[in-house]
Design a binder for this molecule. Sequence first.
Ligand SMILES: Nc1nc2c(c(=O)[nH]1)N[C@H]1C(S)=C(S)[C@@H](COP(=O)(O)O)O[C@H]1N2
Ligand SMILES: [Mo]
Length: 260
Amino acid sequence: MSIRKIFSGGSGLDADSIIKDARKELKAPARRLFGKRILTLGGLAMLSGCDLTSDKSVNAMLRKMSSFNDDAQALLFDPNKLAPTYPESMITRPFPFNAFYDIDEVPEVDASTYRLQVGGLARGKRVWTLEELRALPQESQVTRHICIEGWSAIGKWGGVRFADFLARSGADTTAKYVAFRCADNYFTSIDMPTALHAQTLLTLTYDGQVLPPKYGFPMKLRMPTKLGYKNPKHIIAITVTNEYPGGYWENQGYNWFGGS
Ligand SMILES: Nc1nc2c(c(=O)[nH]1)N[C@H]1C(S)=C(S)[C@@H](COP(=O)(O)O)O[C@H]1N2
Ligand SMILES: [Mo]
């Protein structure tokens, strides 16, 4: 997205395109919440102490807006509201692959030696094998995955309700964040209300088959309430924490809450 272009800098400053991006970044619900008046370049600049004369100053302003947007999205998130589900006939075939690398670099995770580590604020079971995860109660969903790069697709994922998994891991569900580390060094993190949402699944299957490597073997955390980049594939470690963990794209300017 274009915010990334601004962050990578180089092209000089163009106030019009910056404010256009800023408007896009501040999603509709937040706009409704706070009114349209603050959405002037001068107003935003004043709020953030940005003098609009340097990349550094503009970047700082956009970062502040993004964290303001996180707070607004967190406030507006309804933990009981379900994302739309679809009939199986609407599944997108073939379902797209996406990662920060090409498909021929998808990591190969060995099922027999695989262990899922649970760390941080958790007092229960801290190491899971794939067999143990497969033995837990499973459910499935047909939902829409929305990627910030401008595509969306409907898919069917099956797995363990994440709230159930967290309970069995003795996680402190009063903590703020759940962080994920992946076999390809990707990382991301989510807010606890989303972690506990009924449609947040630790998925082990795609379209009724063992999750293939390209879609995240051995598991992908699937959240129809969040954008694609918040849905980690190939998870190897989960940490429950009160310290802001960030994420691979989030640290490069993508909005942290990432609601869809
Ligand atoms: N481990 C890992 N998870 C990831 C990514 C990644 O690069 N590595 N990319 C994210 C992005 S941006 C998207 S859109 C989805 C793509 O998932 P898919 O390949 O199953 O369509 O995975 C997300 N999770
Ligand atoms: Mo994405």
